[in-house]
Ligand binder design. Structure first.
Ligand SMILES: Cc1cc2nc3c(=O)[nH]c(=O)nc-3n(C[C@H](O)[C@H](O)[C@H](O)COP(=O)(O)O)c2cc1C
Ligand SMILES: C=C(O[C@@H]1CC(C(=O)O)=C[C@@H](OP(=O)(O)O)[C@H]1O)C(=O)O
Length: 365
């Protein structure tokens, strides 16, 4: 269905609403023969699951996945993989107050303008809960990439005004914000606690490193790898900006600073002295680590009274009830990884069909 799918060959279609009976994904185009279990999917969903810290929505869902199709004797069959998670704690009556008004910053007004009605039980289709389908689909893509030695790691590089100054991989899962810097995590905690006391929400930046992608993945125009990664990430609710490599800072550099010099390393391979490009040149991977950053806005649903209008266009004051994330970044880290995995898996399959190599390999030539 238009607007609900992502990808060209390795493709996901997410379905379901935040307060509907269930929510999930159909994965199309995954090659047959990939070992895949419910545990592989559950492991990733557990990282996204709400209610795990005081910095997450208290809507405490188990988010248990059921694979409905596409697997036989533990391996993918090359047919659609359908996965479902049952919604268990909707408490939709908490949302009656927003039925006839528009929450500032959420999708209520624009959805209503487009369709003439909206599912006001929570965010409906525009809820962050839709990302369950992305994470489940991304877990399949990740299994495929694992086989090729490609790894993807995302983490928070800043929370509100607090920026990570060191990169300590062991620290990422040691704090509720997924910051790779213990000192920054302590400062972030102080900041977010204060914002929560003030009934405010917080934003931040998620950085993602994709390692093990060889040079040559992507297209020179339109299906450029950086363009596709950007679309993948901006399609996540609350993501408002993207950077590849140095991103916006590159605009302030001069050519000699920004260019990454090539050289031949001790193994006789082509390498770069720096990575301002973030691993992509001319839409095609250059073999270096791919670095992307996503700016995440503060959660729109805040508990302070706000000025808005009713569906009848009358000005009104709105105080939102319900269960909301005080900040989205920690829960979106795994969603960013999933969308990157889906983009890389799709690009790999596209690359294979785009070249004579892929065709010849089918005939063992
Ligand atoms: C994982 C995740 C959790 C989210 N949690 C909330 C939430 O609790 N409350 C809320 O108002 N928005 C939340 N959002 C953000 C809204 O879904 C998003 O801002 C809204 O759909 C409007 O879209 P836009 O921000 O992209 O314009 C969340 C988003 C994600 C990805
Ligand atoms: C439940 C989840 O997060 C939800 C994301 C969300 C939103 O508007 O995006 C709003 C809240 O839920 P509801 O749709 O009930 O208002 C959050 O609790 C989840 O991600 O699993």
């Amino acid at each position: 269905m238009a607007g609900s799918s992502f990808g060209t060959i390795f493709r996901i279609t997410t379905w379901g609403e935040s307060h509907g009976p269930s929510i999930g994904v159909v994965v199309d185009g995954c090659p047959a023969g990939l070992f895949l279990s419910e545990e592989d999917i559950q492991m990733q969903l557990n990282r996204r699951r709400p209610g795990q810290s005081r910095y997450s929505t208290p809507r405490n869902e188990a988010d248990r996945v059921h694979i409905l199709s596409g697997i036989f004797e533990g391996r993918t069959t090359g047919t659609p993989i359908a996965m479902e998670v049952i919604n268990e704690t909707q408490r939709s009556k908490d949302y009656s107050k927003i039925a006839n008004s528009y929450r500032p910053g959420h999708a209520d007004y624009t959805f209503d303008q487009k369709y003439g009605f909206r599912d006001y039980r929570g965010g409906g289709r525009s809820s962050g809960r839709e990302t369950i389908g992305r994470v489940a689909g991304g877990a399949v893509a990740m299994k495929l990439l694992e086989q090729l030695g490609i790894s993807i790691t995302a983490y928070a590089s800043s929370i509100g005004p607090v920026t990570a100054n060191t990169f300590c991989p062991e620290e990422i899962d040691n704090n509720p914000f997924h910051l790779p810097d213990a000192k920054a995590a302590a400062m972030a905690q102080e900041y977010v606690d204060r914002m929560m006391e003030e009934k405010e929400s917080s934003g931040g930046v998620i950085e993602c490193r994709i390692m093990g992608v060889p040079a040559g993945l992507g297209d020179p125009v339109f299906e450029k790898l950086d363009a596709n990664l950007s679309k993948a990430l901006v399609s996540i609710g609350a993501v408002k900006g993207i950077e590849i490599g140095d991103g916006f800072a590159a605009a302030h550099a001069v050519g000699s600073e920004n260019n990454d010099s090539f050289y031949i390393n001790e193994d006789g391979n082509t390498a770069k002295k720096t990575n301002h490009a973030g691993g992509i040149l001319g839409g095609i991977s250059d073999g270096d680590t791919i670095i992307v950053r996503a700016a995440v806005k503060p959660t729109p649903s805040i508990f302070r009274p706000q000025q808005t209008i009713s569906r009848n266009k009358e000005p009104m004051e709105l105080t939102i009830k319900g269960r909301h994330d005080p900040l989205i970044v920690p829960r979106a880290v795994v969603v960013v990884e999933a969308m990157c995995a889906l983009t890389i898996a799709d690009s790999l399959l596209l690359n294979m069909t785009a070249q004579m190599d892929g065709v010849l390999r089918f005939y063992n030539k």
